[in-house]
Design a protein around this ligand. Structure first.
Ligand SMILES: NC(=O)c1ccc[n+]([C@@H]2O[C@H](COP(=O)([O-])OP(=O)(O)OC[C@H]3O[C@@H](n4cnc5c(N)ncnc54)[C@H](O)[C@@H]3O)[C@@H](O)[C@H]2O)c1
Ligand SMILES: O=C(O)[C@H](O)[C@H](O)COP(=O)(O)O
Length: 369
């Protein structure tokens, strides 16, 4: 069994070596000839999996992407060839939520307002959106939700997009990149919608760069609109529009989902899918391989207040670290280097809270004993 895996996929050998020969490849630059004898192909979001990559391979049985997004897979091509394929739904959803929370803490500080004063509009309420809504509501923020595909659900408070955009203080995007069909998301925020969006409304994009028209955003910024901008994803990665960076409050290299747990969970989910394909009982689990975090336990005192949440979360993750790395190294080392050398970052769940733990901390994702 020939298994080929992106060299940015953590624990690929640890999980897959028992199932076959594992060869690592460079995800962004891999060529068709390198994969010609693959039976199993394991990718991340930077590999375009299509006819050009796979026509030379007669054997391929399985393609798995250790990511949530699937816009880099030509699903019709894979289906046409009868190649089983899967992604890793929700693998890094918590990581993205922690990224968004970190952005919101910065915004609240910049504007010298309590977090609870903000109304956050969440666009796309799936794995990430749902977790984010739950976290924000746990902290007492007002949340507006837009997801036309869920509008018919009895308990879902769907708000139409333009009303949400007019009413929110912060807009956070969590849709997949979809170019056709009834609900396309390519340039969902186009020049017209950006023009209608109040200039003070903050924008967080941690889904896909192409969901926001980056040139329209740049034109707006150059025209003097001082919108708070938190950009993790960009059009045309890795060759992004660098002119936009100075206008961003936070700029990062598509790392919102790159917690240690988020990436490794993706590998584990593919391992489980391949075991199922091969009718083999899984013997490996992520818990065997995950090292303990730098901080394992924390005692919460009865004096802990909502105001202290920010300090607690920042101990685990502060997006300003990633923004600083981005501004320092983007031009000299490039977008992909920033992603490949991403410093380890553990999720809230890696810290076990003890003492009188308020329920909202558990709802944010911390664990408790
Ligand atoms: N920056 C990162 O590191 C990072 C990490 C993980 C995921 N992502 C991106 O985030 C996206 C969302 O992830 P998820 O796990 O929540 O996916 P998901 O599929 O669970 O949820 C997406 C939601 O968006 C909704 N949706 C689809 N089209 C819409 C539209 N036109 N308007 C409003 N809502 C729409 C869907 O109905 C669904 O509920 C992924 O597809 C991926 O592109 C980015
Ligand atoms: O879709 C996803 O899961 C994310 O965008 C993911 O974090 C991308 O990471 P990459 O595959 O590019 O390393």
């Amino acid at each position: 069994m020939k298994i080929y895996a992106d060299d940015n996929m953590p624990l690929a050998r640890e999980f897959f070596a028992e199932l076959g020969d594992v060869t690592l490849f460079s995800g962004r630059n891999v060529q068709a000839a390198e994969l010609a004898d693959a039976d199993i192909l394991l990718v991340r979001s930077v590999t375009k999996v299509n006819a050009a990559l796979l026509d030379a391979n007669p054997n391929l049985r399985f393609v798995g992407t250790a990511t949530i997004g699937t816009d880099h897979l030509d699903l019709a091509y894979l289906q046409g060839r009868g190649i089983v394929h899967t992604n890793a739904p929700g693998c890094n959803a918590q990581s993205v939520v922690e990224y968004v929370l970190s952005c919101l803490f910065i915004l609240a500080e910049q504007q010298d307002k309590p977090l609870t004063d903000f109304t956050v509009g969440v666009i796309g309420v799936g794995q990430i959106g749902k977790r984010l809504v739950a976290a924000l509501q746990a902290l007492g923020l007002t949340v507006l939700q837009n997801d036309p595909l869920r509008a018919a659900e009895a308990d879902f408070p769907h708000l139409d997009l333009d009303t949400l955009l007019a009413s929110a203080d912060v807009v956070s995007l969590h849709v997949p990149l979809v170019r056709g069909g009834a609900y396309p998301t390519f340039h969902l925020l186009d020049a017209n919608r950006l023009a209608a969006l109040p200039a003070t409304t903050a924008l967080i994009n941690a889904c896909r760069g192409e969901v926001v028209d980056n040139q329209a955003l740049l034109a707006q910024a150059r025209a003097g609109v001082k919108r708070p901008l938190f950009m993790d994803v960009w059009e045309l990665e890795p060759a992004i529009e660098q002119q936009l960076v100075p206008y961003c409050d936070i700029a990062t290299a598509h790392i919102a989902g790159h917690s240690v747990e988020g990436k490794a969970r993706g590998t584990e989910m593919l391992y489980q899918a391949v075991c199922q394909l091969l009718d083999v009982t899984p013997t490996r689990t992520l818990s065997q391989f995950l090292p303990a975090g730098a901080i394992e336990k924390l005692q919460i005192s009865p004096n802990f207040r909502l105001l202290d949440v920010q300090n607690l979360c920042r101990m685990l993750y502060d997006v300003r670290r990633d923004d600083a790395l981005f501004r320092q190294h983007l031009v000299t080392h490039g977008f992909d280097w920033l992603r490949k050398t991403y410093p380890p970052r553990r999720e809230f769940s890696s810290v076990c809270l003890q003492g009188q733990v308020p329920d909202y901390l558990i709802r944010l994702g911390f664990s408790q004993k």
